[in-house]
Write a protein that binds this ligand. Structure first.
Ligand SMILES: Cc1cc2nc3c(=O)[nH]c(=O)nc-3n(C[C@H](O)[C@H](O)[C@H](O)COP(=O)(O)OP(=O)(O)OC[C@H]3O[C@@H](n4cnc5c(N)ncnc54)[C@H](O)[C@@H]3O)c2cc1C
Length: 314
């Protein structure tokens, strides 16, 4: 029979933002329920080494997320393997429906549903993800010190990633389908002035080439969009920089959004445009998109929810 569960704080999402909110909300005696979603542990479960989580020189992404889950659980957070399919923000308590059939009612909700990098969808891109193919220069640029890299894309993300990668790479080739960039002019100026960056216009990625033992990228095969001519470019890293999509499906029609779908929060807080609904992590953040910034926002969201509940005790 379909069940209804009530909680003071419902946390939706099990990445660094969600689990950190779980730790803080539990320690505030709010007895939170955290619903994990389709990807328990979030984006970091799709990577290998993480070298910028404070306190760990190197940790495997999936291991770190198991530790965060165990931490939240040990503090008293109830963690449920379910997916929220709808959220009614028009009534309080808020009503969330789970794919399992369970209904969750909550006095406050913390949205921590994250974001997804957009990918091209090539089988070879998928095969080398985490082994030379990346969508995050801040996360993985350091692994390519002194190596040649290609960046795919033509918008702000691609130009910013290309510029950032010149801190590590010996050469960066920016590959774009057109002969003009969509990126802001100031970024373009910096790109064109950078001696380490070459642009390859009118080309698209056909295939990532690599080897299996040890697994890694050795180059890319790119196709001219008009002539179909194929060129091979040797490189060790391929950064796909065609944008990110925040996982805003539950709230895109009811909350204020910015920068193409990120949930807007009041500056210096996690309050959204609906009182009692808080948002944390990559879902709100088009700029930093890091585990540690997401965890920080998860902490803020739990503290904001605690204050909100104290002020709205019925
Ligand atoms: C390949 C890769 C490597 C990375 N490497 C690093 C790195 O080295 N260092 C670093 O700091 N950052 C790294 N990042 C970025 C980092 O993973 C993210 O910034 C961080 O995970 C964002 O955390 P989050 O909690 O906001 O959301 P996410 O990690 O995106 O988690 C979102 C969660 O929401 C859940 N969810 C979504 N929709 C629903 C729903 N309807 N119901 C219930 N749950 C839902 C999902 O199941 C998931 O658990 C990397 C990202 C990728 C993709």
């Amino acid at each position: 029979m379909a069940e209804t569960r009530h909680t003071k704080v419902l946390i939706i999402g099990s990445g660094p933002a969600g689990y950190t909110a779980g730790v803080y909300a539990s320690r505030a005696m709010l007895e939170p329920i955290l619903v994990q979603g389709i990807e328990p542990g979030g984006q970091l479960t799709t990577t290998t080494e993480v070298e910028n989580w404070p306190g760990d020189t190197e940790v495997q992404g999936p291991d770190l997320m198991v530790r965060m889950q165990d931490h939240a659980k040990a503090m008293g957070c109830e963690i449920i393997g379910d997916i929220i399919v709808s959220l009614d923000t028009g009534v309080r308590p808020f009503v969330a429906k789970g794919d399992s059939g369970t209904t969750y009612t909550a006095d406050a909700v913390i949205l921590a549903t994250g974001a997804r990098a957009k990918w091209l969808g090539l089988p070879s891109e998928d095969a080398f993800k985490g082994f030379g193919v990346s969508a995050c220069a801040t996360c993985d640029g350091f692994f390519y010190r002194g190596q040649e890299i290609v960046v795919i894309g033509g918008g702000n993300t691609a130009v910013e990633e290309a510029l950032f990668l010149t801190n590590f790479a010996s050469k960066v080739t920016l590959i774009h389908r057109r002969d003009t960039l969509r990126a802001e002019k100031i970024l373009q100026d910096r790109l064109f002035k950078n001696p380490k960056i070459e642009t390859l216009w009118f080309h698209q990625l056909e295939e990532v080439i690599g080897e299996d033992n040890p697994k890694g990228v050795t180059g890319v095969r790119v196709k001219h969009v008009d002539t179909g001519a194929i060129t091979e470019i040797p490189c060790k890293g391929v950064f796909v920089a065609i944008g990110h999509a925040p996982a805003n499906e539950l709230v895109k029609d009811v909350l204020e959004l910015h920068n193409g779908g990120y949930v807007t929060v009041k500056p210096g807080s996690t309050e959204t445009s609906i009182p009692g609904i808080f948002a944390a992590g990559d879902l709100t953040d088009h700029k930093y998109r890091q585990a540690v910034t997401s965890a920080g926002m998860g902490c803020m969201a739990a503290l904001d929810a605690e204050r909100f509940l104290a002020e709205h005790q019925e």
